[in-house]
Design a protein around this ligand. Structure first.
Ligand code: SAM
Ligand code: SF4
Length: 349
């Protein structure tokens, strides 16, 4: 199997390179999410329209360039890397990127190499992901009902995803289930999902739908505030606040009856920006300093302009220096334009 070349080394003062990335609000950026493709083998109704236009392949960063980009961030103190998409496991030869990045786990520079996946290809890759050092992953699953799963994902195969969950657990990779709460679609399935996930030793995180990209459905019809979900769950379960953090935006409780953890990601009802430690890079090398804002920096040009990483570091520093304080998502009935034009599959979840 091919391995990717190491990131370039160039004459540049180590002290300058190693300076951590701190934004104007004093937040240290130590977590990067990298979308390795905008393509996907599903078409979830809240994420994409059915006839999505994808980027031409020539616009994408090569796996070598993605490795170089990630390595530049790691040099600046990023110790958590999440590979996402689109569906990351549909990108051809993606395992070579995981294999290459695992050197940063071995060196100790990276503490966590993880991914977010829809699980469709996971059965084929779980063992190798575990072998290169992926200890945990997020798997998106909005229902346990195969027919409803098909309706939500349009193209997804529930059985394949279940096989993916089995394979990941068998390989010793810890799985967290991400479930987008959808009004009138899966609101009755939150308790069953919780029982199922906790019964298999998996955390469950609920996510509020965010107004990202144009889709066929009306966002206001999909939106289910998690404050409401939590209140309903409290009628049935004891939810104890806990101090558990994963480096992401979720707030966790422990469910006394199941012993498992339940997370809430509430960008709409409770803005989580004050503790934001992350930035996102798309598969074309566009750096977004905030999921909910349009401002971005092009990292592909400096990557391709020279084999030295000097320009790349300069561009990253300039971008972090203008990371905004936060997003201002709102979902209002009758509001036609999404808060942000790009889909979640572009920026990566
Ligand atoms: N394809 C992979 C998956 O589904 O896990 C990774 C990419 S997907 C964009 C990442 C996460 O974003 C998934 O958990 C998905 O449910 C979530 N997501 C997509 N669109 C969303 C939206 N508009 N609001 C909230 N979450 C969204
Ligand atoms: Fe694909 Fe993930 Fe978006 Fe669903 S949420 S369409 S699986 S990228």
């Amino acid at each position: 199997m091919p391995t990717l070349p190491q990131a370039s080394s160039e004459p540049w003062p180590i002290a300058a390179k190693a300076a951590p990335l701190v934004d104007p609000f004093g937040r240290e950026i130590n977590y990067v999410r990298v979308s390795v493709t905008d393509r996907c083998d599903m078409r979830c109704v809240y994420c994409m329209s059915e006839d999505m236009n994808f980027l031409p392949k020539r616009d994408l960063l090569s796996l070598e360039e993605l490795d170089r980009l990630c390595s530049a961030f790691i040099l600046r103190g990023v110790h958590k890397l999440r590979i996402t998409g689109g569906e990351p496991l549909v990108r051809r030869n993606i395992m070579s990127l995981f294999r290459a990045l695992s050197r940063h786990l071995e060196s100790g520079a990276l503490s966590d190499l993880t991914l977010t996946t829809n699980g469709s290809q996971l059965a084929d890759h779980a063992a190798e992901l575990a072998a290169v050092g992926v200890r945990r992953l997020n798997l998106s699953l909005d229902t346990l009902d195969p027919a409803k799963f098909r309706a939500i994902t349009r193209w997804g195969d529930h059985a394949r995803v279940m096989a993916g969950v089995d394979a990941a657990q068998k390989a010793g990779v810890s799985v967290k289930i991400n479930m987008v709460a959808l009004q009138g679609v899966n609101d009755q399935e939150i308790a069953p999902m919780l029982e199922w996930a906790h019964g298999r030793g998996m955390d469950l995180t609920l996510i509020e739908v965010m107004p990202l990209g144009k889709i066929e459905a009306e966002r206001a019809d999909q939106f289910l505030p998690l404050s409401l979900v939590e209140a309903r769950l409290k009628e049935r379960y004891t939810l104890d606040e806990i101090d558990y953090r994963t480096g992401g935006p979720a707030r966790y409780v422990r469910v006394a009856e199941t012993g498992g953890r339940l997370g809430f990601i509430t960008p709409l009802t409770h803005n989580f920006c004050e503790g934001c430690n992350r930035v996102r890079v798309t598969c074309t090398g566009t750096l977004y300093m905030c999921l909910g804002q349009e401002d971005a920096a092009d990292l592909r040009a400096p990557l391709r302009a020279s084999t030295s990483d000097r320009l790349l570091h300069q561009e990253i520093e300039a971008a972090i220096a203008r990371k905004p304080k936060g997003h201002d998502f709102i979902i209002d009935r009758g509001q036609t334009a999404p808060a942000v034009a790009r889909h979640m599959s572009v920026t990566g979840g």
